[in-house]
Design a protein around this ligand. Structure first.
Ligand code: NAD
Length: 498
């Protein structure tokens, strides 16, 4: 059995006192295992990063950016291989994996702009012959902990920015689909990154806790489920570290009675069932304002869902693949069962779905549930599967109240032709990322990504301009060069320009 190891100080290593099976979710088979790092392995990675930091910090920013240019080229050149590895262990179909990779590459492209965004701020003559400037210095050794659902894109939200800002990085990716992440780590070396600047340790809570408790780690970025995000944020900040921890979601779409129904149906299909609903921006709840629009949308959805194809990642005709593990499949089915038991109507039932040659795959068919109410377990929790729930309300305000009262506030969307309603919605809704007739409003790399409420713990969003601030600290320098004509007088009052 192949063992997927770590990447420390520019070298692959397979140290593992423990290991864990990695599955192909389409077949249900396991041909490899991932090494689960001991604390010692993590400490080795931290030591490598700490050693590499002084020289990397002092490397001119244009040279750091050139490594990112080369890395982008290598990601593009090896795109097929990367998407294959994503498909093999995550199960997402090849064109979805290509989309994930492209969104990740856009973060590398943004990082290439470091010479511009690290220029700092300068003011001449803030006082007589006094100049002042602010510069943005790297933090040191920083860590990232990432989820299974975007094994390439989410790490690329973090480390290109951290590294180009002059930090050294330790990544702890998901233990459920580690190979694509380990592969791109090696491309960094090929791109010319000095050994130790980027390190990857595979592992579980033991590795994470070692990172959280080590005083040499200055900052932690986390993306994953909300209970773990909250734990990471509390532990990291209690240890004096900077932390941004992005959590789970329950993204609602409001369908107003004037919406373009065909646009709603087409875009809901991809946003709810794409990637088997395993996206933190998946639209998992549609709130119809009025029974008439609800009935029309459900009838059309039912018809379209019957045409959806799901199966193996390599089949280009498929719309989505399996869910990540057998346990997760059972959990998703449990949510559908509970909705039914609590009185919802299962319009399309994916619980018994199977795929011809892949009877042992972790497949759940597309599921549509009507008459969902706020007390239901399936509404309160994140399902993270190919399940779309429909709720019915009478007014837009009732729809907005539902969204505002939910514990999560990651993404949302309104479908309408009414600009006034859309503007009111985006002005007032308590959610971090808002779409207006756009179902997956994932910000591009030159904006920043984050939710409100229990979808984000921390002050700064991920990547883009907030990423620059997260991975640097400001230093402000005030300078005067005394000369024969310019000397300080004795002055005991607070200096002013009066
Ligand atoms: P997860 O929380 O189970 O795991 C995320 C990471 O935390 C992994 O690296 C894992 O090894 C580690 N981890 C797990 N248990 C831990 C523990 N007890 N202590 C310390 N570390 C632990 O999440 P997942 O199942 O891999 O990913 C799906 C979740 O991620 C969903 O909730 C989804 O909404 C969320 N997500 C959020 C965003 C976002 O931007 N807000 C993006 C992608 C995914």
């Amino acid at each position: 059995m192949n063992t997927i190891g770590h990447f420390i100080n520019g070298q692959l290593s397979t140290e593992a006192s423990r290991s864990q099976k990695v599955f192909n979710p389409a077949t249900g088979e396991s041909n490899s295992a991932v090494a689960i790092a001991s604390p010692k392995t993590v400490l080795d990675a931290i030591a490598a990063a700490e050693n590499a930091f002084p020289a990397w910090r002092d490397t001119p920013v244009i040279k750091r950016a050139r490594v990112m240019f080369k890395f982008k080229e290598l990601l593009e050149k090896n795109a097929d291989k990367i998407c294959e590895l994503i498909g093999l262990e995550h199960g997402k179909i090849c064109h979805d994996a290509a989309g994930e990779l492209q969104r990740g590459i856009e973060n590398v492209e943004y990082a290439c702009g470091a010479p511009e965004f690290l220029k700092g701020e300068f003011s001449k003559n803030v006082g007589p012959n006094i100049d002042s400037w602010s510069e943005f210095q790297p933090l040191g050794v920083v860590a990232g902990i990432t989820p299974f659902n975007f094994p390439v894109m989410v790490p690329l939200w973090m480390f290109p920015m951290a590294i180009v800002c002059g930090n050294c990085f330790i990544l702890k990716p998901s233990e459920r689909d580690p190979s694509s992440t380990l592969y791109i780590a090696q491309l960094l070396k090929e791109a010319g990154l000095p050994d130790g600047v980027f390190n990857l340790v595979n592992g579980d809570k033991v590795a994470v806790d070692t990172l959280l408790n080590d005083q040499r780690i200055q900052a932690v970025s986390f993306v994953g489920s909300t209970p773990i995000a909250e734990y990471i944020y509390k532990t990291a900040t209690a240890a004096g570290k900077r932390c941004q921890a992005l959590g789970g979601a329950k993204n609602h779409a409001i369908i107003m009675s004037d919406a373009d129904v065909d646009n709603v149906v087409n875009s809901l299909l991809g946003a709810a069932f794409g990637s088997s609903g395993e996206r933190c921006m998946a639209l998992s709840v549609a709130v119809a304002v009025g029974d008439e629009i609800a009935d029309t949308v459900i009838a059309k959805l039912q018809n379209e869902i019957s045409k959806l194809k799901f199966g193996h990642y390599a089949d280009k005709n498929n719309d989505f693949g399996p869910v990540i593990t057998a346990e997760h499949k059972a959990k998703v089915i449990g949510f559908i069962d509970s909705a039914e038991q609590q009185g919802a109507k299962i319009v399309v039932d994916g619980r018994q779905a199977s795929v011809g040659d892949y009877q042992n795959g972790f497949f759940v068919g597309p599921t549509l549930i009507d008459q969902v109410t706020p007390n239901m377990h399936s509404y309160q929790q994140e399902i993270f599967g190919p399940v779309l729930q429909i709720m019915r309300v009478e007014t837009m305000q009732q729809a907005m109240d539902l969204i505002d009262n939910h514990e999560y506030g990651n993404g949302t969307c309104i479908y309408t032709r009414d600009g006034e309603a859309a503007r009111y919605f985006s002005d007032h809704i308590k959610v971090g990322m808002v779409g207006i007739n756009v179902p997956l409003p994932v910000p591009v790399a030159y904006h920043s990504f984050g939710g409100w409420k229990r979808s984000l713990f921390g002050d700064l969003y991920a990547y883009g301009p907030d990423g620059v601030r997260f991975y640097t600290r400001r230093k402000t320098i005030t300078q005067r060069w005394p000369s024969a004509n310019i000397r300080e007088n004795k002055q005991f009052a607070m200096p002013t320009l009066n």
